[in-house]
Structure formats: structure tokens, C-alpha cells
Design a protein around this ligand. Sequence first.
Ligand SMILES: [Zn+2]
Length: 253
Amino acid sequence: MKIGIIGGTGFYHLFNDMKEQNVHTEFGNVTLFQTTYEEKEVFFLPRHGKHHDTLAPFVNYRANMLALKELGIERVLAFSAVGAINPEIHEGSLSLLDQFFDFTTRIKTYGKYSVDITEPFCPELQDTYIKAAESIQEPLREGTKLMCVDGPRYETKAEVELFAKWGMDVVGMTNATEASLARELGICYAVVTLATNMAPGVTEKKPSLKAHKEVSQSKSEVVKELMLEAITHAHDRKSCSCRDAYERAVVAK
Ligand SMILES: [Zn+2]
């Protein structure tokens, strides 16, 4: 079985030996790292590039997701840092995304057909993450709603106030785009987020790269355990409908 992992730089330490691999897609080249864990073929895709120097608005999302598809990967476990809008979500806590509102203006489609995205994340992979969190006894907040923004700037107080009124729990810059493209490609996709700061206006403390790094660092071992456990629990697709639209539109052609 093949599993894709999308995350930030901290993930290089997930495994000791990872083999670099370059995939050429019609949207550009993508660098991934491959290894084997628990008899599963694991492909780590550093979302912001090999050197973590591509900011969220400039990530080549279409190339990234297509590279995974071209490697024959059907299931992708993603991880992201977010800002917490809901005051019940504390810095350093993990949340499982369940819905999103896409506020971005970037290109987020392959433009071939419309897909059903009523439930944007794979229920089977969500379950995989829940089981993984249970087995390492780490609290994981379920039912979390993401507001996805372009970035790279943080949000204004007025934006966060509005997002809170709309019932959004966290704000991030990448996952709605990845989820939409994954669905178009028939790839199962789910995300756990780490709140590395409270969103502007929720707290007086200003968001900063320094604070983000400190929180990420303090949780790096937990995140590593969670991801390894999730890979262990992951299984081939059973009954989810993530691939249905793709099959109807592309495979049936
Ligand atoms: Zn699925």
C-alpha cells in the first residue's frame, strides 16, 4: 500500500532513511521523499518545497497533488499549522478538520469537471487519525472548521471577528486547496492541524514566526508519533466515496 504524507519541514525526521525522488508533472516538478514503514510505501511531500522556502500563496498545489496521483497514491494524510479562532482551541493542541470555507483567490482546480465536496475530507482517513490519536493518548478535537486564506500575511482583527461569527474554528492557508484538488483526482485526503498561535483579536499576543516555531518544536515528538501511528492504522479504501466523481468523469471516459 502507498501512503502520501504532506507536511512541513519537521517531517524530515519522521524516518531515518528517505530517498529523494523527483516527479515531473504538466504543472511543474515536485520533490518527494520515499521510504518504507510497516510494509507500506510512504511518500513524504514537503508542502513548502525541499528547503521550506515557498510561502503558501506560491506553493504549486496542482503539481504537488498531481505528483502524488502519478505515483499511484490513493490516500494522503496531511498535517498543517493553523491559527486558532475558537478560544476553546489552545496553542499546541491538535484538531481534525471536518469542513472548510475557502476564502482564497488562487487557482484550485484542474478545470476538467465539477466534484461533490459536501464532505471535503475522507471519513476513513479521519477515522485513521482518530484511532492514531487515541493510541498515543493525545487529545484530538473533532468536527473542526477551517477558514482557508491566501496569506502569507496574517489576518486582521475584523477578518477574525467575521470568521468567528461564521462558526470557523481555525484559520490556515493551504488545506482547502489541497482538499479540492485531491477530490478532483479521486485521492482520499484528511488533515490534522496544530494550533501554533491564537488568531489576531482572539488574543493580544501577535502571531509571529518565532512563536510558530516554538510551538511546533514543543510538539514535534507528539506529531511524529501521531503520524507514524496513523500510517500504521491506515488501510486501503473500503467504502468512502472520495473516488466516485473521478471515476465517473475520468475513468469512465
Ligand atoms: Zn476516501
